[in-house]
Design a protein around this ligand. Structure first.
Ligand SMILES: Cc1cc2nc3c(=O)[nH]c(=O)nc-3n(C[C@H](O)[C@H](O)[C@H](O)COP(=O)(O)OP(=O)(O)OC[C@H]3O[C@@H](n4cnc5c(N)ncnc54)[C@H](O)[C@@H]3O)c2cc1C
Length: 330
């Protein structure tokens, strides 16, 4: 049975019945026609393979980037779902199309970006998203979803909720600006920009963010991981007041439905930062990142995540929702 070790950034060993790389919409249609429940993977940077997969795995390789110039110095960029997200960012930076440079170096594919409305350094996909094409798994018909249809939220979309496992995304369109507009709202980015001798360019912002990112996060090529394992929880004002009395230094940010608490801080307070348990553990610099020291199984990583989740729940009465998609029976 073929191995998926090189198809997931945790580097977990798992096998499946077959791996099919789809390079065209027709080939995807053919696979889904005979196997509508096939497991679809892009870059494998947001999945944890807990078990072997007793079915076909489709690797999305739909390629191509198209550009159309619009009125008012806007530009429409359409990309195949299998395009590497960072290749799209670099393409747009090289053309000075402003809007996604802050999302530099996020691993994975274009097609998975809407799944959790990828975001970083003050920008989310939804800020530039126009629409996407997706193939319904059962009918193999292509449907178009605009920004509103996708119901984007913090690391979420309709594809993680009401329409979970119903569609395979085949193409994503975004609109960007040809007029210089930089987002330096994240304080360390602004500090780095202040150190430049000339006005920051789009390349400067991309490079600054890439450097900040890799100074904090382990590269999956060195240490298996899937980025943040949990979402930052949002709690009510009243729960926050209680916690603030007990932990005066608790960090917090205003959010749409309450107060957002950094999950990394909660995990660190619970004593997990840098703690290794067998072949897995929470990273020494960023406790929100669970790592594979080499030979961890998906089950071992999953059990570690559950232990972290339960200890944060028992100490703070806060439930940490997993950001990483668990593949296989729990
Ligand atoms: C080091 C590191 C840093 C990261 N930093 C960030 C960050 O800053 N911000 C952020 O938001 N994320 C971040 N991530 C998470 C991850 O990179 C993103 O979620 C990315 O969009 C996942 O893309 P992928 O192609 O690897 O998805 P995969 O892991 O292959 O798949 C993720 C999920 O989407 C489904 N899926 C994949 N492709 C399709 C498709 N075409 N149609 C339908 N379903 C599909 C899969 O079945 C799976 O459920 C990081 C990950 C790592 C390893």
């Amino acid at each position: 049975m073929p191995s998926l070790k090189s198809y997931n950034t945790f580097g977990v060993s798992s096998v499946c019945s077959e791996i099919i790389e789809c390079t065209s919409v027709d080939s995807l249609r053919q696979v889904l026609r005979s196997n509508p429940h096939a497991c679809v993977i892009g870059g494998g940077s947001n999945i944890l393979l807990v078990n072997d997969i007793d079915q076909t795995v489709v690797i999305n390789k739909l390629s191509g980037i198209e550009v159309k110039h619009l009125a008012n110095d806007r530009v429409l960029v359409k990309a195949g779902a299998g395009v590497v997200w960072d290749d799209l960012v670099n393409f747009c930076v090289s053309k000075s199309y402003y809007g996604i440079e802050n999302l530099t170096a996020i691993p994975g594919s274009v097609g998975a970006a809407p799944m959790q409305n990828i975001g970083a350094y003050g920008v989310e996909l939804k800020d530039v998203f126009l629409d996407l094409k997706a193939m319904h798994r059962n009918t193999q018909e292509i449907h178009i979803f605009n920004n509103e249809d996708c119901q984007f939220g913090y690391r979420s979309s309709i594809f993680k909720n009401a329409e979970k496992d119903q569609y395979v995304i085949t193409e994503v369109s975004i609109t960007l600006s040809r007029i210089k507009r930089l987002n330096t709202s994240y304080a360390p980015v602004q500090i780095a920009v202040d150190h430049l001798t000339e006005d920051a360019s789009i390349e400067d912002i991309r490079n600054i963010i890439r450097d900040i990112r890799w100074s904090k996060l382990p590269r999956p090529s060195n240490l298996g991981n899937a980025g943040s394992f949990f979402k930052n929880p949002v709690i009510s004002d009243s729960q926050f007041t209680v916690l603030k009395n007990k932990y005066p230094n608790i960090p917090s940010y205003p959010a749409q439905n309450g107060i957002k608490i950094p999950a990394g801080w909660l995990i660190e307070q619970a004593g997990w930062k840098g703690k290794r348990v067998g072949e897995t553990g929470c990273h020494e610099k960023q406790s929100l990142v669970i790592v594979n020291y080499g030979e961890a199984t998906g089950r071992e990583i999953f059990n570690h995540a559950i232990n972290v989740q339960s200890s944060v729940k028992s100490i703070f009465n806060i439930y940490l929702d997993m950001e990483v998609n668990i593949v296989g029976a729990m």
